[in-house]
Design a protein around this ligand. Structure first.
Ligand code: PGA
Length: 248
C-alpha cells in the first residue's frame, strides 16, 4: 500500500498574518490522517510555521531550491537553508519555475540532487502545455521530462512525481479521470522500467491542477494517483481540509 500525500503549494501568497490559516488547518487535521500532509509556503514563512506545526502531522516544504548549497546567487535559496528552517520537502520543476525562470530539465535534475544532498524529499513536477496535449504529445513530453530530470539514486522515499498538466493549473479545468489514469499509469510503467520494480512501483504519483474539495475524491480515486499537489485551494484551511477528507 502506498501512503498518499496531499501537498499544498502556496506559491507567492502569504504574509505573517497567514499564521491564522495554519492554526486553523492544524485544528482541522490534528488527528493522524490516512495520508501525509504537506504545506509549501513561501520560504519567508517556513520557520514561523515550523514552530506552529511542531508535533502535528503537517509537514513543511519549499517551492524550489538552488542547486548549490551556498554562494554568490543573489535572491536564491538552497535546500540546506530550507532544511535548516524546518522543511522536509521541496518542489522541483514546477511549471511556473520552468516558465518564469527557465528552469529546464537539466536544472531541475540538479535541484533534485541538491534536495537529496540536504536530506529533503523532492516533489518533481512534470506536465504538458495545452499545445502539446492538442498535438497528442502529452506522453512524449512527460517521458522526456522524466528521463532528463530524475537524477541517479531515486527511491520511493526521496522522490515523488507530480503530474500537473500546465493548462489545468489555476484555470479550473481538469483532465477527465480517465486521462489522469492514463498518464499516471504511463508514469508508473516508465518508473518501473527506468528505476526498477521496487522503486517504480512504490513511488508516490500526485495529480495537480485545479484540485478542489468537490473533485478531489474522484481524481484521487484514479488508478496510480497517490495524492494531490494543490495550489489555490490550499490557501484556505477549510478547502485544503476538504481535499484531505478525500482520504477519510
Ligand atoms: P492549482 O495549482 O491547484 O491552483 O491549479 C496547482 C499547482 O500549481 O501546483
Amino acid at each position: 500500500m502506498i501512503r498518499p500525500i496531499v501537498a499544498g503549494n502556496w506559491k507567492m501568497n502569504g504574509v505573517s498574518n497567514s499564521v491564522s490559516e495554519i492554526n486553523s488547518l492544524k485544528e482541522k487535521v490534528s488527528s493522524p490522517s490516512n495520508c501525509d500532509i504537506l504545506i509549501c509556503p513561501p520560504a519567508t514563512l517556513i520557520m514561523a510555521f515550523s514552530h506552529i506545526l511542531k508535533e502535528t502531522p503537517i509537514e513543511l516544504g519549499g517551492q524550489t531550491c538552488h542547486s548549490a548549497a551556498s554562494g554568490a546567487h543573489t535572491g536564491d535559496i538552497s535546500s540546506e537553508m530550507l532544511k535548516d528552517c524546518g522543511a522536509n520537502y521541496v518542489i522541483t520543476g514546477h511549471s511556473e519555475r520552468r516558465m518564469d525562470h527557465g528552469e529546464l530539465d537539466k536544472i531541475v535534475k540538479a535541484q533534485t540532487e541538491a534536495a537529496w544532498r540536504a536530506g529533503l524529499k523532492a516533489i518533481l513536477c512534470v506536465g504538458e502545455l495545452i499545445g502539446e496535449r492538442k498535438a497528442d504529445l502529452t506522453l512524449k513530453v512527460i517521458e522526456r521530462q522524466l528521463k532528463n530530470s530524475i537524477p541517479e539514486g531515486a527511491t520511493a522515499d526521496n522522490l515523488i512525481i507530480a503530474y500537473e498538466p500546465v493548462w489545468a493549473i489555476g484555470t479550473g479545468l481538469t483532465p477527465t479521470v480517465d486521462d489522469v489514469a492514463t498518464v499516471h499509469t504511463f508514469i508508473r510503467n516508465n518508473l518501473i522500467e527506468t528505476q526498477g520494480q521496487q522503486v517504480g512501483s512504490n513511488m508516490r504519483l500526485l495529480y495537480g491542477g485545479s484540485v478542489k474539495p468537490g473533485n478531489a475524491k474522484e481524481l484521487m480515486a484514479a488508478s496510480n494517483v497517490n495524492g494531490a499537489l494543490v495550489g489555490g485551494a490550499s490557501l484556505k484551511a477549510e478547502d485544503f481540509a476538504g481535499i484531505i477528507a478525500a482520504y477519510e
